[in-house]
Design a protein around this ligand. Structure first.
Ligand code: ACO
Length: 324
């Protein structure tokens, strides 16, 4: 018994940008992108598809699946690093859009780990008060925060939103354990500056503007290592082994990171849900989009043991183990 997902939803922009189309934007090619990342296409937000609009659509689907009314929500948390405004938060826009008038709302900045940090947070609130209903969303419109002349980064990311409604169940289901981590020392390996400062004294030296900067090879190594540690940690705390895990839903960064992780942790390919080829890396949205697809495609069944893991800018990482 404990914190369970009552319903999931997702929303992807309509526009599909293929690797072939990227060839006319930067010096790259489909073969390079596929073989290094496993990505074949990504979605790009258009009119009516701002972060809060994608998030609200995903939220409506999750609420419908959960059979929870917007006014029953106590809290709306949105993991994002690409809101269309710095203030108000995307969560406040979503709260207004869906009519969650009894909820308080805020954003959480943990890059690709935003949804798992939100999952952990929802669990803590629900443990403190079992009547709480909490909406956690991961949403990104990183197409607005990419340097489209930098082939090292612009090929990797995509836009989208995923959402889950959390509540309490007194059945034998629920969150088993979670382990979150952060390390700010290596922030510069993966970062996004703020818009230019209007106070010259506070400007960050060499601020190139608000787009993603990344040292790909270094990020790769840290991502595999941190996710492996988080998974081992959460399994150890729960007294379970990988053999007892039925499904793994990892952050969809790229296929080589996932293969490396699967090798180190001896995860059979059929247990791991992967959709990175369709959407690229959607940062905070990647796990909830994958969760919603896995859920709707029947990859998850009641009573299965499901493991989530993530890694992102900060650095931030985490793992959650749950009985679905
Ligand atoms: N198309 C063609 N060539 C390219 C491209 C491209 N899009 N990008 C880089 N190259 C070239 C480089 O210029 C370099 O050429 P050179 O040898 O002439 O200098 C060559 O390809 C190799 O570049 P590397 O950066 O060493 O390539 P690598 O094998 O490391 O692959 C990649 C790059 C895919 C970014 C890899 O490092 C990676 O997957 N890193 C993890 C990054 C990631 O997933 N970040 C997401 C955020 S964090 C997270 O979500 C976990």
């Amino acid at each position: 018994m404990g914190t369970v997902v009552l319903g999931t939803g997702s929303c992807l922009p309509k526009k599909i940008l293929t690797n072939a189309e990227l060839e006319s934007i930067v010096d790259t090619n489909d073969e390079w992108i596929r073989s290094r990342t496993g990505i074949e296409a990504r979605r790009i937000g258009g009119k009516g598809e701002k972060a809060y609009q994608l998030a609200a659509n995903a939220a409506r689907k999750a609420l419908e699946a959960a059979e929870v009314l917007p006014e029953e929500l106590d809290l709306v948390v949105v993991g994002t690093i690409s809101s269309h405004m710095l203030m108000p938060s995307t969560a406040c826009f979503v709260q207004n859009e869906i009519g969650a008038r009894n909820a308080f709302a805020y954003d959480l900045n943990a890059a690709c780990s935003g949804f798992l940090y939100g999952y952990d947070l929802a669990d803590k609130y629900i443990r403190a008060d079992r009547s709480k209903k909490i909406l956690v969303i991961g949403v990104e419109t990183l197409s607005a925060r990419l340097d489209w002349t930098d082939r090292n980064t612009c090929i990797l990311f995509g836009d989208g939103a995923g959402a889950a409604v959390f509540g309490y169940s007194d059945s034998d289901r629920g969150l088993i354990d979670a382990q979150m981590g952060s390390d700010g020392k290596l922030w510069n390996l993966l970062c996004m500056h703020a818009p230019k400062s209007l106070n010259p004294d506070l400007e960050v030296e060499g601020n190139p503007g608000a787009h993603i900067l990344m040292e790909g090879r270094e990020v790769f190594k840290h991502a595999v290592r941190a996710m492996e540690e988080a998974v081992r940690g959460v399994l150890e705390k729960s007294g379970l082994g990988m053999k007892e895990v039925d499904c793994v839903i990892p952050h969809q960064a790229n296929i080589r990171i996932l293969k490396n992780l699967a090798d180190r942790l001896e995860i059979p390919p059929e247990k791991m849900f992967v959709n990175v080829s369709k959407y690229g890396n959607t940062s905070a949205a990647s796990i909830p989009i994958a969760l919603d697809e896995a859920n709707r495609e029947g990859f998850l069944a009641i009573g299965k043991t499901v493991l989530f893991c993530s890694f992102g800018g900060g650095f931030t990482w985490g793992a959650v183990l749950t009985k679905w």
